[in-house]
Design a protein around this ligand. Structure first.
Ligand code: TXA
Ligand code: MG
Length: 305
């Protein structure tokens, strides 16, 4: 017998009420955000958070991002210095995660931070995720809604394909407008450090030390087949993902628009993964900022495992 499929409900008041009921009962729910789909659970309930790790098959040492409704809610959980406050005010709600010192009295389950003295906080802009935060009144721990190490989900169908019957409910908010996970910046005293490139460009030195952002494993966002970068031409055995002047089998953006390319990246990786071709090739994505964030994801998708 096939396992039961998760319910997929278009975002609506009734759907959010059902999601809130599941969250209150300790279940994770897949939610759209402006970056990628997240698998959200009550961050104050250790068993609920453990179910996230279980559904994703994620290594237990990997800390999660906690989503809150606004800066006031974030300040109850983390300590914000002037630099952190300035960034929060400039970019929240939006695709920026701030790693700040964790307050001892936050009420966040220890499993969320995986033993780190810091915590990753984000105020999402997506109305469905904001509605769930309001309906539950809880901070929500939410990693990307994909099996650990696999391609992130930017559509409800991707979540079904990756996590399927391991979760009870997916709220379908359509394709994610940003399509790349949030930029992560650490503001823990001393100079700001960029832990993960993302939709927001931050003027800070990059610091990808594994212990600080243990989710940044070399092989990540992994399709099920080899992926070749900077491919101006492709072999018939390769599904070619194009960009700009290079059309490919399908294109991240025929006009070379980086915002469009970021929003389509994971969708095209899923499509390439499902294509009959045994390999994938991706056209060069030149440029800085968002282009560098896209190249970072592609480099990890191409890493040997
Ligand atoms: O856009 C996003 O950020 C999405 C949506 C759902 O919000 N979430 C997301 O979560 O990408 P996840 O779990 O796939 O990635 C979170 C990253 C991981 O690399 C993790 O190691 C890092 O954040 N992280 C979490 N807490 C941290 C901390 N205290 N210090 C350093 N890195 C941390
Ligand atoms: Mg992820």
């Amino acid at each position: 017998m096939l396992p039961p499929a998760p319910a997929i409900l278009p975002a609506s008041d009734a759907a959010i009420a059902e999601a809130a009921r599941l969250v209150a009962s300790g279940q994770p729910v897949a939610m759209p955000t402006e970056t990628v789909y997240g698998l959200a659970a009550d961050a104050t309930n250790a068993a609920a958070v453990a179910r996230i790790y279980e559904a994703k098959g994620r290594p237990g040492f990997n800390p999660l991002i906690v989503h809150v409704a606004d800066l006031a809610a974030a300040k109850l959980i983390g300590e914000f210095d002037d630099a952190a406050l300035a960034l929060a005010k400039a970019h929240w709600p939006g695709p920026l995660t701030l790693v700040v010192p964790h307050r001892a009295d936050s009420g966040i389950a220890a499993i969320v931070t995986a033993g780190l003295p810091t915590i990753a906080l984000r105020v999402p802009a997506h109305p469905a995720m904001q509605a769930l935060l309001a309906a539950t009144g809880k901070p929500l721990a939410a990693p990307s809604a994909n099996a650990s190490g696999k391609i992130s989900a930017t559509r409800a169908e991707h979540v079904t394909a990756s996590l399927g019957a391991r979760i009870a409910l997916i709220i379908d908010g359509g394709p994610c407008v940003r399509g790349l996970e949030s930029t992560i910046v650490a503001a823990t005293g001393g100079p700001l450090r960029l832990l993960r490139r993302g939709p927001i460009e931050i003027d800070a030195a990059e610091d990808m030390r594994g212990i600080e952002a243990p989710g940044q494993l070399e092989s990540h966002y992994a399709p099920g087949k080899p992926l070749r970068l900077d491919a101006t031409e492709a072999d018939p055995s390769e599904y070619h993902i194009g960009f700009g002047a290079i059309p490919g089998d399908d294109s991240l953006s025929p006009t070379g628009d980086l915002v469009e390319a970021a929003a389509r990246l994971f969708d095209l990786l899923h499509k390439a993964d499902a294509a009959p071709h045994p390999k994938i090739a991706v056209a060069p994505i030149p440029g800085e900022g968002l282009a560098a964030a896209i190249r970072d994801r592609l480099k990890r998708a191409a890493a040997p495992r």
